[in-house]
Design a protein around this ligand. Structure first.
Ligand SMILES: [Zn+2]
Length: 269
């Protein structure tokens, strides 16, 4: 009981301290022009968007600002946006604002705020702009920055044009290696790069890209129905033709068993 009373007595004085801190804060806040603050807040909530129409993801290290993952565009989508989880709201959101503000300790009792142009930051991130080599820019993989939350038709078309141009280079390189340097070909040509590039162009078939049959030939099977190339251990080609009958029946049986087990569980058995 005595302890309780002590706590009660202490409470008011700590509240007084808090109030005095609040007052100091509000004095500090009132020093900034309200209009300017509003404009900055608006710009901080306005976002710069990074989109990708290409199949490849890119990890970009921006140094002190951290590392960003630009996802690859899923096959059934026309574009994908780089988003991060907002830990406060639990929502996915674009990580770059038009104005990026960073507080830096200047001295023992002074903070200074650094503002950075978010648009510039986004362009630097994808390798566009001053001091950047255009051939190294991520725009060649179908990545672009936009102030629109939904990309326009023109933006998407332009990104596709650049992606396809790069894919034509990649596919041509594979074909050239195939005809001039088989050793280099088997060392360099990889499904996740060269096959995917051929796929972007709709040339991932033996007629358009004969080299595909010989790239890492071990375990690669050609579908006799449509000519699509299929990895070992896959039962059907992408069109659904059965490549490996034994495996297909095995997987089908396993799936039936699993479905029966799930159904039984649902009934509460
Ligand atoms: Zn097929």
């Amino acid at each position: 009981m005595a302890n309780m009373q002590q706590v009660m007595q202490q409470l008011p004085s700590s509240q007084v301290a808090e109030r005095s801190i609040d007052q100091k804060h509000s004095i500090g806040k009132s020093r900034i022009l309200p209009m300017k603050l509003k404009v900055i807040e608006d710009l901080k909530s306005a976002k710069v968007h990074i989109f990708n129409v290409g199949p490849w993801q890119q990890q970009v290290n921006t140094g002190s600002t951290g590392s960003f993952l630009i996802p690859g565009c899923p096959q059934d989508k026309s574009y994908v946006e780089m988003l991060v989880l907002n830990a406060v709201t639990g929502e996915m959101e674009p990580p770059i604002s038009i104005i990026m503000e960073e507080y830096v300790i200047k001295s023992e009792d002074e903070m200074s705020s650094l503002t950075e142009d978010g648009w510039n930051f986004a362009l630097q991130m994808i390798g566009v702009g001053r001091g950047r080599i255009p051939a190294h820019s991520l725009t060649r993989f179908g990545i672009f920055a936009s102030k629109n939350s939904v990309p326009t038709k023109e933006e998407l078309a332009d990104a596709h044009r650049q992606l396809e141009e790069e894919c034509r280079k990649i596919v041509k390189y594979a074909g050239d290696l195939y005809s001039t340097d088989r050793k280099g070909f088997s060392r360099i040509v990889r499904p996740e790069v060269h096959f995917v590039a051929a796929k972007v162009l709709g040339r991932d078939n033996p007629q358009d890209s004969p080299w595909m049959l010989d790239a890492n030939p071990v375990g690669r099977i050609k579908c006799k129905m449509c000519g699509r190339v299929v990895e070992e251990g896959i039962a059907t080609c992408e069109a659904g033709h059965i490549i490996n009958e034994e495996l297909y029946l095995e997987l089908l049986a396993a799936e039936e068993q699993l479905k029966a087990a799930i159904a039984a569980k649902a009934k509460g058995k």
